[in-house]
Write a protein that binds this ligand. Structure first.
Ligand SMILES: [Fe+2]
Ligand SMILES: [Fe+2]
Length: 265
């Protein structure tokens, strides 16, 4: 009797689903999200603003789930299909083309407001495209690949896809969202304006400082001039006084000539 051993748990006790189970679980979750949207109120049947805001969030979660699922398939699943199946290249080309088309529909949906009629039209288109693609994978590709893929490799691939999904859910390994062009432009303008205002402010401050220094220098100059003038005036006055005294001395000398022989005898 042949016993088939399949590892279903890793050393931590967590389930180790193979790639087929992981992808089928993903399909179930995407279809559940579509059912939820189909049963929720929308702009055509009287949804209020709060319901439309909730619908926006539901669709954004669906877009993220779908994008993560298809990009994992494009990285791991379709290369294995190409490698292991006789008609793998043709199946992979068809499958990836379906995925890209649906991803484009979802990208369009991201930019439309839920209260617009176009939003519900695109959502219906996305549902049709994605459900047809899931049927294609589950009915034509997965059963055929399961027959030719080594079970251990299928489990390794399942673990890789599950880890990648976990990392995306925790915000790891996901590129930063590019800022909206308007936001970037606004930031750059604000930054430039701020820099310009700072420069103008600095320039104004420098001018003010220069003006103050000029005024101080002018005051100092005036004070110095005043002091010099006063000093010169004092010197001039002293010289004038000296000259007058000398002249008085001379004139007294002329009026009373000196008696060199001692005439006072
Ligand atoms: Fe899939
Ligand atoms: Fe897919």
């Amino acid at each position: 009797m042949r016993v088939s051993l399949t590892v279903t748990h890793d050393t931590t006790g967590e389930s180790m689903d193979d790639v087929f189970t992981v992808l089928e679980n993903g399909h179930r979750e995407i279809k559940r999200m579509f059912r939820e949207l189909e049963s929720s109120p929308n702009s055509a049947n009287g949804a209020n603003q709060a319901a439309l805001a909730r619908r926006r969030q539901q669709v954004d979660r669906l877009i993220a789930e779908h994008s993560q699922h298809e990009s994992a398939e494009q990285e791991y699943f379709w290369p294995a299909v190409r490698e292991l199946m006789a008609n793998g290249a043709q199946l992979a080309e068809q499958g990836v083309r379906q995925e890209k088309s649906a991803q484009q529909t979802m990208a369009d949906l991201r930019n439309i407001d839920p209260q617009e009629q176009k939003f519900e039209e695109l959502l219906r288109t996305a549902a049709q495209e994605i459900k047809a693609h899931i049927d294609f994978e589950e009915q034509q590709v997965i059963p055929a690949l399961r027959k030719v893929m080594d079970p251990q490799r299928a489990q390794q691939m399942g673990a890789q896809i599950a880890q990648r999904k976990q990392a995306a859910a925790e915000g790891r390994g996901r590129p930063h969202a590019a800022p909206r062009p308007g936001a970037l432009k606004g930031t750059a303008q604000a930054r430039n304006a701020g820099g310009s205002q700072r420069q103008q402010g600095q320039q104004g401050q420098q001018n003010q400082q220069g003006q103050q220094q000029g005024q101080q220098g002018q005051k100092r100059g005036q004070q110095q001039n005043r002091q010099q003038g006063q000093q010169q005036g004092r010197q001039q006055a002293q010289q004038n006084r000296d000259r007058q005294e000398q002249e008085q001395e001379r004139s007294r000398g002329r009026e009373k000539p000196m008696d060199p022989m001692g005439s006072g005898r």
